[in-house]
Design a protein around this ligand. Structure first.
Ligand SMILES: Nc1ncnc2c1ncn2[C@@H]1O[C@H](COP(=O)(O)OP(=O)(O)OP(=O)(O)O)[C@@H](O)[C@H]1O
Length: 473
């Protein structure tokens, strides 16, 4: 025991004092600072980066056994009909914004219909993203399967298994949130059109806004108010058990601004636009898949709905359907035997409530009277917006847009009077306003054009009344 006590005390007497430790620490810190400065001064940055990368990949080899890999396919499940994988699209947009020194090759392009350069992750190279002190490695994998000519894209997300919880609960939600924020911040409004079974996206470049639309100011205000109210009412829709969606019917002659209004709504709400051509839909299940694969906060546009025989008044198409079609109509969606009005109605009524929120559905037509009454009722088309011929107040907007005339002009009154007497679309007047650079010349040309139209109308009117009188005598 005595021996043990002696040994222990001699052991403690060998330990340096606290001040010695501090001296040692200070010397070590100074040495490290000098070393770091020397390395920074003597080695070029590229060489330093190379050394760091090599060291990282060297140590990574020893950790690969603990790596977890997640596969993020572009399509989730083709058979279920809900195949758009939001996480894939989020990664696609998010990763180019995280390019750092570990990223060596990058796809850069300038698309015809996009304003900015587009960046994309190149297959074969990793992108390492740091989040809360942990590394998450992404890789884009491209495979072409035997029975398909189209390549299949998959993102592989790898991380240390210790980070599993962080990845699932914080990192992936962070990627999705960042993607949503980027979309809102960068104001990238997309337009999607269908190609085969996919929605192909491009940037919506249509510059129309509510400011540039030549519309009656009261109508314009009522549309904006309706949109704002719709956005505010999430809770109300939930409380009353209605799907959070709104349907608009835009009707009026060609060239009165139906497509421009869709673009103005999209630019105002920052909602993506899905341009659904019913002629490319071959069955109810096809229609269901197309609508289900649209994202939240979007506008689904079905243009020229009267041109699709399927949505004309049912009396007009009664003779066309075959027994198989009516069989598949019972549930609204058949087994691919033809697309029907009831398929569309069913979808609008209830089914889409279970998949997605904040949807706006816009139908456009030049002939409202040709549309089946069932489609027109509130709940399906909540607001009917008549886009008509140009009148004085609308003309002021065009004069401001095209000629920069914001105040008064002596010819305005004459133009207003002529517009009251003629039926001319904003598209035609806009076309005339483009012809001259001088505003006064432009307005004179408009006066001349409208006067001619008015005179022609008078002649036609006279001719019609003469013919009617002759017939009756
Ligand atoms: N109300 C409007 N305000 C401003 N510009 C308009 C308006 N209407 C038409 N225009 C001009 O005319 C062009 C064509 O208009 P737009 O395509 O929006 O009409 P539309 O009603 O959708 O026509 P269609 O029925 O043939 O598809 C627009 O690009 C725009 O320049």
């Amino acid at each position: 025991m005595a021996l043990y006590t002696k040994n222990v005390s001699s052991y403690f007497t060998g330990i340096p004092s606290a001040s010695s430790w501090f001296e040692l620490y200070a010397a070590f810190s100074t040495f490290m600072m000098l070393l770091r400065t020397a390395i920074n001064d003597m080695l070029p940055r590229q060489l330093r980066n190379l050394i760091t990368t090599k060291l990282e990949s060297f140590f990574a080899k020893f950790q690969s056994g603990n790596q977890v890999s997640l596969k993020i396919d572009r399509s989730w499940d083709r058979t279920s009909g809900k195949n758009r994988n939001e996480l894939y699209h989020a990664a696609h947009e998010y990763l180019p914004s995280r390019i750092n020194r570990t990223y060596k090759t990058l796809k850069v392009g300038k698309l015809e219909d996009c304003k900015n350069l587009v960046l994309a992750v190149d297959g074969n190279h990793e992108v390492v993203d740091e989040f809360e002190g942990s590394k998450f490695t992404w890789m884009l994998d491209e495979k072409t399967e035997k029975d398909s000519s189209k390549p299949k894209y998959t993102f592989i997300l790898s991380f240390h298994e210790k980070q599993r919880e962080k990845a699932m609960e914080r990192y992936i939600p962070h990627v999705l949130r960042t993607y949503e924020a980027m979309k809102a911040e960068q104001k990238i409004v997309k337009i999607y059109s269908r190609s085969c079974d996919y929605w192909e996206q491009s940037e919506l470049t249509h510059p129309a806004t509510f400011d540039t639309l030549a519309l009656d100011p009261e109508l314009k205000k009522s549309i904006i108010d309706d949109l704002d109210r719709f956005l505010r009412r999430k809770e109300l829709y939930k409380r009353v058990g209605k799907p959070w969606k709104r349907g608009y019917l835009l009707y009026g002659p060609p060239g009165t601004g139906k497509s421009s209004l869709v673009a103005a709504i999209a630019n105002y709400l920052k909602f993506d636009v899905y341009d659904l051509e019913l002629n490319s839909v071959f069955s109810n299940s096809d229609l269901m898949r197309a609508i289900r694969n649209t994202s939240n906060r979007s506008i689904i546009v079905i243009e020229d709905i009267d041109c699709n025989k399927e949505v004309q008044p049912r009396s007009a198409t009664e003779g066309l359907s075959n027994p198989q079609d009516s069989e598949c109509d019972k549930d609204g969606f058949g087994k691919g035997k033809g697309f029907t009005l009831s398929g569309l109605l069913n979808y609008m009524d209830g089914l889409w409530s279970s998949c997605g929120e904040e949807r706006i559905m816009v139908f456009t037509t030049n002939h409202k009277e040709r549309i089946d009454g069932a489609l027109l009722r509130p709940g399906r088309m909540d607001m009917h917006i008549n886009l008509s011929f140009l009148k004085g107040k609308g003309f002021r907007v065009l004069a401001s847009n095209y000629l920069g005339l914001d105040g008064h002009h002596p010819l305005f009154q004459q133009i207003d009077d002529l517009l009251e007497k003629t039926e001319v679309t904003p598209a035609v007047v806009a076309e005339h306003l483009m012809r001259y650079e001088d505003p006064h010349h432009s307005l004179e040309a408009i006066v001349k054009f409208l006067t001619q139209m008015d005179a022609q109308n008078q002649v036609e009117l006279q001719f019609t009344s003469t013919t009617t009188t002759t017939q009756s005598t």
